[in-house]
Design a protein around this ligand. Structure first.
Ligand code: BJW
Ligand code: ZN
Length: 262
């Protein structure tokens, strides 16, 4: 570990020690060490193999429902087989050290909640929910999983809605769609009121979530980034830790002195 890296961790710890309200903004890099590919990493990202507009839009779904539905079923199977990594667990361990710790995540894999984090705002929805693309009625995930078992590795047609006969779609936010209102309102409010925003494993390229660090910064919060690579937000950060999510968060938890309430 270099002296510069040590200083960056020390700087981050000093900011966290003084903070009462922490917001953690997470992206696909957070779950990379759980074996879930990121979206944009050149060699391993999901979109190294697929074009986003070919799969993550409503029009792609309308053009070829089985192809898009099957892609999401494969991903649901993958996240169900995955486990939270030490980075997710470190965020759970950090909770008791702050008056409030809110996780605003773009991830649809539920790994923060499965790790045990209490306050998680899912800004891009979840792979665990399905609903009818026509009437909005919830479609049971058990029914969807039964379709997975029937389909095996083959293309699976979307489950048909019992109310209107429409096709079921994953409960994630596609390009051109608005984000869920309530978590979005809470995330913006938390960003305006936090002392520190910790930004972990996101390329900070997808809007409107990419605005959140700017909202926090303009309201006077300090920004800390954990990401092996530079991002558009790096220049505004007080500390940029160039490590993986699991390494960075584990080390921060280790260095943070115990809370006086502990
Ligand atoms: C590690 C690591 C390790 C690796 N540890 N780190 C303003 C300007 C320009 C464009 C727009 C704008 N406003 C809106 C737009 C359009 C669009 C957009 O942002 N486009 C940009 C790409 C330019 N936005 C939208 O369409 C949004 N909707 C909207 O704005 O609606 C408006 C509206 C108004 C009125 C009526 C209706 C609508 C919706 C965006 C939804 C995004 N959805 C997706 C797909 C979800 C479904 C699915 O899962 O398939 O969400 S896109 C995809 O990107 C996914 C992610 O959540 C999101 C963010 O990606 P993320 O998490 O940052 O991952 P990566 O891969 O990009 O980065 C990984 C990072 O981790 C890297 O930095 C690595 O270095 C790092 N890393 N290993 C730590 N181990
Ligand atoms: Zn319906």
């Amino acid at each position: 570990m270099s002296a510069l890296t040590d200083r960056l961790y020390e700087g981050a710890v000093r900011l966290l020690e003084q903070a009462k309200r922490l917001v953690v903004l997470t992206g696909a890099g957070m779950s990379q060490e759980s074996g879930i590919p990121t979206f944009r990493d050149a060699q391993t990202g999901m979109w190294a193999r697929f074009r986003p507009e070919a799969l993550a839009t409503e029009s792609a779904f309308r053009d070829d429902p089985s192809r898009v539905f099957s892609w999401y079923l494969q991903r649901l199977k993958m996240v169900r087989a995955a486990h939270p990594n030490p980075g997710h667990e470190s965020l759970v361990a950090m909770e008791s050290r702050f008056e409030s710790l809110i996780i605003a995540t773009q991830n649809v894999d539920s790994l923060h909640s499965r790790a045990g984090s209490a306050n998680v705002l899912e800004l891009h929805g979840s792979l665990e929910r399905f609903y009818c693309a026509d009437c909005g009625e919830t479609v049971s995930t058990d029914e969807v999983l039964a379709a997975v078992r029937r389909g095996g590795e083959k293309l699976v047609s979307p489950v048909v809605c019992r109310s209107c006969g429409g096709l079921s779609r994953p409960g994630v936010v596609w390009f051109g769609e608005s984000l869920p209102e309530e978590p979005m309102r809470e995330a913006w409010e938390a960003a305006r009121n936090c002392d520190v925003m910790l930004i972990v494993g996101t390329s900070a390229q997808v809007y409107p979530v990419a605005e959140l660090p700017h909202v926090a910064w303009e309201a006077g919060a300090s920004l800390i980034e954990i990401n092996p690579d530079e991002t558009p937000v790096s220049g505004s950060c007080a500390c940029t830790i160039r490590d993986s999510a699991a390494t960075g968060l584990q080390r921060l938890v280790m260095l943070l002195p115990p809370h006086e309430m502990d």
